[in-house]
Design a protein around this ligand. Sequence first.
Ligand code: BJ8
Length: 431
Amino acid sequence: MNAESFEIKAYPEMWKDLGMDVERFDKMRLMLGEIYRKTYLTQKNRPVKMAYFDDMVAEIHGGRIKEILAARAEGHPVIGTFCVYIPEEVVLAAGGICVGLCGGSQGSVPDAEKILPRNICPMVKSAFGFKAGRICPYFQAVDFVYGETTCDAKKKTWEILDTMVPTYVMEIPQMKKQSDRDMWLSEVKEFKAKVEEVAGKEVTVEGLKKAVKVMNGKRRALQRLNTLRHTKPTPISGKDVLLVEQIAFYDEPVRFASQVNELCDELELRIAAGEAVPSKEAVRVMVAGVPMALPNWKLHHLVEGAGAVIVNEESCIGTRYYKDLMAEDGKDMETILSDLTKRYMNIDCSCFTPNNERIEQVLKEFRESGADGIIHYSLQFCHTYNIEEIRIREACVREGIPYMFIESDYSPEDVGQIQTRVEAFLEQIRG
Ligand code: BJ8
């Protein structure tokens, strides 16, 4: 991809039809293109197969939206989501499209702050602001939104969001006792009924089995990518892998899996040739914590700008999304739904208590990734991750793992301060 000629394509007519604030959105498009050029296209020695993902960014406000609108015109429901607990298999089985709505931009935060309190999580504000300001084509293209009760900021925001776009809410349990699992199964059944109602189509056993295979295929491809980047030296930058993980939430899943596998084929060749990104000596960092929704590339850009490489994201835009597959041999609806609820209950979000699985998982991923240290990344006002950080830190101290905690938001104000801390952390690791 030529950095000079890169641009995010404009589709003003389509945006107008979607009821967007076209003038404002077009300015955001130009800004995003510029950030992408500086953050991504200046990297050296990128895999050739990243071209597909560059194209996905170039067409983020157009090509993919056109596909979604065409599917919708044929009666396929389009559902916007904000959390990896929403079972995509059910949406696919009903012939629908699941879109993970973005919440990683400072640009939409002021729109949210006109309505919501300022002192809540930036991810919630950013996502809400995209709808309030009519500056996201995905938000304008969905039939409805499915929220969840993972944290207080989200669950109360859905009530306000519902006045702008139909918003349904799944109750996510906060513990993992049998009664919680039973409740979760009934929530999944209710979700299925809602999706069927909007789709005007029943979810069949065959349809659901097929959807499970599609989602497992996508998750296997992402697992393969993550395993390959764990190689020493790593053949791909953390920024590039993060981008692939972010695109997983809005691309068509079968095509996406095939493109990730093509990228993996290339990485295998690069590994065989001993190619290293950025260099064989680069310090390897693992990031754990809250998801980095598109276009939140801030921490990765700072860490890799300082000469290190990120080799793992223990996050929902990362391993928490794809580490668990689902059984494919369920024969009847009850069994498949029960397998599905089991698979989703393995997600170790910090909204659960107790959450020992996550502490163990962070240590496991640290060992598997061959990282030299861990940065726990959290967003301001995210109480569950900010408090769970204490236990992650204690585990790192116990295991002798170099560790740093960063709590940030989407504004550029703390960039200098984070950069200084990251550089000191990398120096500590280098000894
Ligand atoms: S399963 S991590 S995607 S909830 S950062 S909005 S928790 S205040 S994102 Fe998440 Fe689902 Fe959990 Fe994953 Fe609230 Fe915290 Fe903000 Fe968060």
